[in-house]
Design a protein around this ligand. Sequence first.
Ligand code: GYE
Length: 385
Amino acid sequence: MKRKVVSVLLSTAMAVTMLAGCGGNSGSSAAPSEAAPASEAAAPETAPSAEAAASEIASSEAGTEAAASGETISVGFAQVGHESDWRTAATKSVQDAFSAENGFDLQFVDCDNDSAAQLEAVRNFIQQDVDYIVIDPIVSTGWDTVLQECEDAGIPVIVIDRTIDDSDKYTAWVGSQFTNEGLAAGAWLKDYAAAKGMDELNILVISGTTGASAQLGRSNGFDEYVKAEGWNKLDEQTGDFTQEGGQEVMESYCKSYEGKFNVVVCQNDNEAFGAQQAMDAAGVSYGVGGDVVLISFDACTAGLQQVLDGKINADFQCNPLSGPDCASIVQKLQAGEEVEKETFMAEPWYVAESDLTSITYKNASGEEVTEDLIPVTQEIVDAAY
Ligand code: GYE
């Protein structure tokens, strides 16, 4: 009921906002920390759409109302699934941040990597009239209709991790610059190959869930180097961000491309673990001193241990701990404050050998950046997620 009142107020409030020129939510990405190479990301859009502005107003109205009543804030979280170590850490981060002690009533739905189930979960949250909806979108498209429904119901949506690319009807997003992760992997491989005197690169890619923005960004970023350097990318097949998927794809690669590849790129650590199992079984050596250079993304604890052990050559971190940022966005909305449309997580790059200390590349915003390559130590593994 309260949200219907908010919706009715929207058109007037929106007009006032637009006349006042408040649409200029420019430079809305959070300032990255210095230890955050990946967060020197593409500049976010400079102005939120009318819909986004409306949704911000809706959220402040709803927030003021909830705050005044001293009620618990109800939040529905439609999570991707449970496919990886990264995902486990991300779920815990959100659950911890939206705890009952912190004043939240969190409804958590594991969508098991099923996009239809995820849309249904969001619609159920609308029916339950939760105060806020948090979505980690399995795939980046197909969202506009359901986001419109959220907006019509006056429920602010916060997107975390993967992006929504076909609608801007959400209040805020917190996550990673996936294209920069892919570009950084390409830049590292170029320098590493030169340092090791590898004159021909024959590359196999095990990609993440097809259509997930994490997959699209990592593939597109890395492919820029494939094209520019004339590398031979033999194949790219999805391992769905799982260990089983990585193993299955690598088993088939080991048969189809026996003796023909010297680089394997896995788009997350769990796929890399599966690929290692398959290469072990096929008698293919990888990592430092091996026949195959193994590249991974995520840098979870087990992944970094593999880097420390020289079994993964380089691991490009993706930070899953967005729960506190996400909860702080909700708190700000509750207080009626404006929030940044985009917040980028801080992410370093980790390597097994210490001869290369940095990479320089043109990032997704077209800026030339130089970023550290961090050799993994036991302390780094112990501190990882
Ligand atoms: O890299 C992978 C997970 O969306 C960034 O999803 C996330 C990816 C992460 O399953 O491990």
